[in-house]
Design a protein around this ligand. Structure first.
Ligand code: 5MM
Length: 341
């Protein structure tokens, strides 16, 4: 393992003013997104949609550091035959790959999940590296509810995340470690803080036990945030302050970067929270976005599967990427959204 090179890539993924595009929706998830805009989820439509994003010059060259791909996409070529991976590289961004194979019910733990995909992962990583992937992603899902999460679910998911991360580093691929605590319930921000703190502490304990080099990874966490159904929604300032406390308490300074998931926040909320956190600096690690929905909802709507809407889709994507790029420097203002509208 060349740790200097892993550290260089991890640092590039969180370069100031840039962040990651999570375009790794599995077939089921992209179908849901396409259903919402009335587009059939065929292989060609998925390719056309992602090609539109990767050919968005302004967004890709100025605000996007890396793109997380799904297995299908990493092997696809653009309409003119250029591999999609090459489009990403030529924009200056780094191609990455989601390598988990989704979740399964966790035995003995009703309502809880464990992420799977470790079988043959070493062989898959080798092929992905040959194709150009320089980082990978694995997402664990932790739900908050009555009596959950159990320590069992936190523990097995942390163990799998660390197994994945060690395999990635051995294959010279930077692991993005994503332990997502869902914001789906009616819990308040303090409950989210407490659960996320347990999850992050256990995850870093496992990473250390399994000898993962913290200098060569990126963490992709949720923010400390109120559950979607919670009657009392925390303010932007409270989310920012509590998230930074939480991360300072749990994430060693040697980790090069933290890139948030959006988790179902609105586009603007996800941007406002990131921006408010940067106003609390200086911070020990690079802090940026690795958004899926919060970067893609607007371009998906603008595109709606029509070739004549490609320019509109690209402009919607560039706008969101620019807003988040500004948020990474604490320079975003909501008036910039209104001007664009
Ligand atoms: C883009 O969505 C990713 C893939 O999800 P599935 O495996 O469920 O299809 C997802 O892993 C994503 O990278 C993260 O959860 C962050 O996405 P959001 O939309 O929460 O920012």
């Amino acid at each position: 393992m060349n740790l200097t090179e892993l550290n260089r890539i991890a640092t590039a993924l969180v370069a100031p003013g840039k962040g990651i595009l999570a375009a790794d929706e599995s077939s089921g998830t992209i179908k849901k997104r396409f259903d919402a805009i009335g587009v059939e989820s065929t292989e060609e439509n998925r390719r056309d949609y992602r090609e539109m994003l990767f050919r968005s010059n302004e967004a890709m060259s100025r605000y996007i550091s890396g793109v997380i791909l799904y297995d299908e996409t990493i092997w696809q070529n653009a309409k003119d035959g250029t591999p999609l991976v090459k489009l990403i590289e030529s924009s200056g961004a780094i191609p990455g790959i989601k390598v988990d194979e989704g979740t399964q019910a966790l035995p003995m733990c009703p309502g809880e999940l464990v992420t799977v995909g470790l079988d043959k992962l070493a062989e898959r990583l080798k092929k992905y590296h040959e194709r150009g992937a320089r980082f990978a992603k694995w997402r664990a899902v932790i739900d908050i509810g009555s009596g959950i999460p159990s320590m069992t679910a936190i523990s097995v998911n942390a163990h799998a995340l660390a197994r994945y991360a060690a395999l990635c580093q051995a294959a010279q691929i930077v692991p993005i470690v994503e332990p997502e605590v869902l914001m789906d319930g009616d819990h308040d921000i303090d409950r989210c803080y407490e659960v996320t703190s347990r999850v992050l502490n256990k995850t870093f304990q496992e990473l250390r036990v399994q000898r993962v080099a913290l200098e060569g990874m990126v963490l992709k966490p949720n923010m400390a945030i109120s559950g979607k159904k919670c009657a009392k929604q925390a303010s932007v300032e409270e989310v920012a302050e509590k998230t930074i406390w939480l991360l300072k308490a749990c994430v060693p300074a040697v980790v090069p970067g933290i890139a948030f998931l959006s988790g179902g926040q609105s586009d603007e909320e996800a941007t406002a929270h990131l921006n408010a956190m940067h106003k609390l600096g200086p911070l020990p690690w690079g802090l940026t976005f690795s958004y899926g929905r919060a970067l893609q909802a607007a371009p998906q709507k603008a595109w709606s599967g029509k070739a004549e809407n490609v320019a509109a889709g690209q402009s919607a994507f560039s706008h969101r990427a620019r807003m988040n790029g500004l948020a990474c420097k604490g320079e975003w203002q909501s008036s910039l959204e209104q001007k664009a509208a």
